[in-house]
Design a protein around this ligand. Structure first.
Ligand code: GDP
Length: 300
């Protein structure tokens, strides 16, 4: 229900356009398929996925000799869900019992990184996990303060140094603290500068080295935060970040504020990185686990 509410803008656009073309006595012909293609593309589903979805639909309609337009929606849903699941990616967060998990959170400024960390900490705390935060975006004092207010709201301790200090040193301290106090999950905020790729790469490399040296037995996740309202821009951000580090999952934010929800298709299917959570609002509870079935159902 929460996903359905959060995706209302995407649904309003996608579903109302669909209903416009799939009228009661519409002829199922190439014109209809073309119109469907346009709708899928205008919902940011992307050319490649769109063509494959429509081709599959054509094939199934023929194979099952479907004549009634009302039977097409359930079939289209089924095909879209299968498309999202095509690469068999693991959409769940890799967290184990009695083992530290280090989650490195990356993404450009403004995408909702800090907010998402707050939500995720709160979500994991509610599942009974002991969570600690590392304020490793030391570039802006405001970033440390902002994370601190989320830490308080989610009742999670936070390790921070002063502005301008070495992010790896913050993470080192946080790992020591997480290990000695037997925390389950350490979530690390990082600076979101993409304009200087070499710097970013060096910084992430150093952070990764710190993690593998000092928390070598820990599970690791590297989550990239992307803002759904930026549509195609989210795709290029994923491409850029994929070039500099191993991303294990995505969190797509601000889906409540956009009709571009279809962008999840190119992100997960074409770039093959699993979406793990979606952000559906500014509040601490507006984070949901992603699963393709409820997502697609909410588009209709
Ligand atoms: P950061 O610079 O990446 O750390 O971004 P922030 O966490 O400061 O978020 C930037 C803005 O996006 C803030 O105003 C947040 O409230 C807002 N925001 C973050 N996630 C969501 C979301 O899922 N939905 C909506 N509507 N707003 C969000």
């Amino acid at each position: 229900a929460k996903i359905s509410k959060g995706l209302s803008k995407t649904r309003e656009q996608f579903s109302s356009q669909l209903k416009n073309i799939f009228t009661a006595n519409v002829k199922i012909d190439d014109d209809l398929y073309e119109e469907l293609e346009e709708i899928l593309i205008s919902s940011d589903i992307g050319m490649k996925s769109t063509i494959e979805i429509v081709d599959n639909l054509k094939f199934e309609i023929k194979a099952r000799s479907i004549k009634e337009p009302e039977k097409i929606f359930p079939l289209l849903k089924e095909i879209m869900i299968a498309k999202l699941d095509e690469k068999n990616l693991d959409n769940s967060l890799n967290i184990k019992d009695n083992e530290l998990t280090v989650i490195l959170v990356i993404g450009v400024n403004g995408v909702g990184k800090t907010t998402t960390i707050g939500k995720l900490a709160n979500n994991l705390e509610k599942q009974g996990k002991k969570v600690i935060l590392a304020a490793a975006d030391t570039f802006r004092a405001a970033a440390i303060e902002q994370l601190d207010s989320w830490a308080k709201e989610s009742n999670t301790p936070m390790i921070s140094h002063k502005e301008g200090s070495d992010p790896s040193a913050v993470i080192f301290d946080a790992i020591q603290s997480a290990k000695s106090n037997k925390y389950d999950v350490l979530i690390c905020d990082t600076a979101g500068r993409l304009h200087n790729k070499k710097n970013l790469m060096n910084e992430l490399e150093k952070i990764n080295r710190t993690i593998s040296t000092h928390a070598n037995k820990a599970n690791k996740e590297t989550l990239l935060i992307l803002d759904a309202t930026t549509g195609q821009n989210a795709i290029s951000q994923l491409r850029e970040f994929k070039n500099v580090c191993d991303i294990t999952g995505l969190i797509l934010t601000k889906l409540d504020g956009t009709a571009k929800g279809g962008v999840i298709f190119p992100l997960q299917v074409e770039l093959e990185v699993p979406v793990k959570y979606i952000g559906l609002g500014e509040g601490i509870n507006n984070l949901e686990k992603f699963d393709s079935k409820s997502f697609v159902e909410s588009m209709f």
